[in-house]
Design a protein around this ligand. Structure first.
Ligand SMILES: C[S@@+](CC[C@H](N)C(=O)[O-])C[C@H]1O[C@@H](n2cnc3c(N)ncnc32)[C@H](O)[C@@H]1O
Length: 227
């Protein structure tokens, strides 16, 4: 199947909220009490909301070479493409999770608004950087999160990229969590088994952990990696 989402130009600047991240990554208060890095954070409000709640969080994304206006512009360009893609692929999603495409879009706008406001206030929390080489020190973070980038964009990002990216994440954080593990076609990522096998052979501990969230039908696990 060609996959409607592949018609989106590149990797979509589409951001999620803290409560969604909590569900994707099974984040409890203990996890959020450590310094958190959100990689490929885009216009997500995770860092803004964690900071507002008293936590320590930093976001990294190549998008952050752009000013807020340009990021907002990219988001607006994405909206009609996302609407069309969601409509065409609607049977591949669990709509009980968000209610409707309209509600989902509203949530993405909320996240964008919180992100833009926080970045205007504290640019230092938003670092321009791209996997597989992050501008951070060894074990600078307790936990590194990657939402909707690795595995999901498995056609754009190959096996070697996944290995290099996950090793880099494990260099800068004690623990790495990645969600989802499905690709844009709504199927389990074909990279996952080989990536896990390769990382284990190099001494990394990998666990596929069940989460209490499902939007892409069947995508109910995240990957936890520790070195
Ligand atoms: C679909 S968005 C997900 C945003 C956010 N993580 C969320 O779930 O709400 C994917 C993000 O990955 C970023 N990205 C693309 N290539 C990247 C790379 N090599 N390293 C880090 N981020 C990257 C894009 O700029 C985009 O903001």
């Amino acid at each position: 199947m060609a996959g409607e989402f592949k018609r989106l130009a590149g990797i979509a600047p589409w951001g999620r909220r803290l409560r969604e991240y909590r569900a994707f990554f099974v984040l409890d208060e203990a996890a959020l009490s450590r310094p958190v890095l959100d990689v490929g954070a885009g216009p997500s409000s995770f860092v803004a909301e964690v900071t507002a709640a008293g936590g320590r969080a930093v976001a990294a994304d190549p998008l952050y070479t752009l000013a807020n206006d340009a990021i907002a512009g990219r988001f607006e360009e994405t909206v009609p493409l996302m609407r069309a893609a969601m409509q065409e692929a609607r049977e591949r999603f669990n709509w009980n999770t968000y209610g409707s495409a309209t509600a989902l879009e509203a949530l993405r706008r909320e996240a964008l608004g919180l992100f833009l406001k926080d970045r205007a206030r504290a640019q230092e929390r938003y670092v321009a950087g791209a996997l597989p080489a992050l501008p951070f020190a060894e074990k600078q973070f307790g936990i590194a999160l990657v939402s909707h980038l690795l595995f999901l964009y498995g056609d754009d990002l190959d096996f070697a990229f996944h290995i290099a990216a996950i090793k880099e994440l494990a260099r800068v954080a004690e623990e790495v969590r990645i969600f989802p593990l499905f690709n844009l076609d709504g199927r389990p990522s074909s990279h996952l088994p080989c990536v896990v096998k390769h990382l284990r052979a190099e001494g990394y501990a990998c666990a596929e952990v069940r989460v209490h969230f499902e939007f892409q039908l069947g995508a109910r696990t995240m990957l936890q990696v520790k070195r």
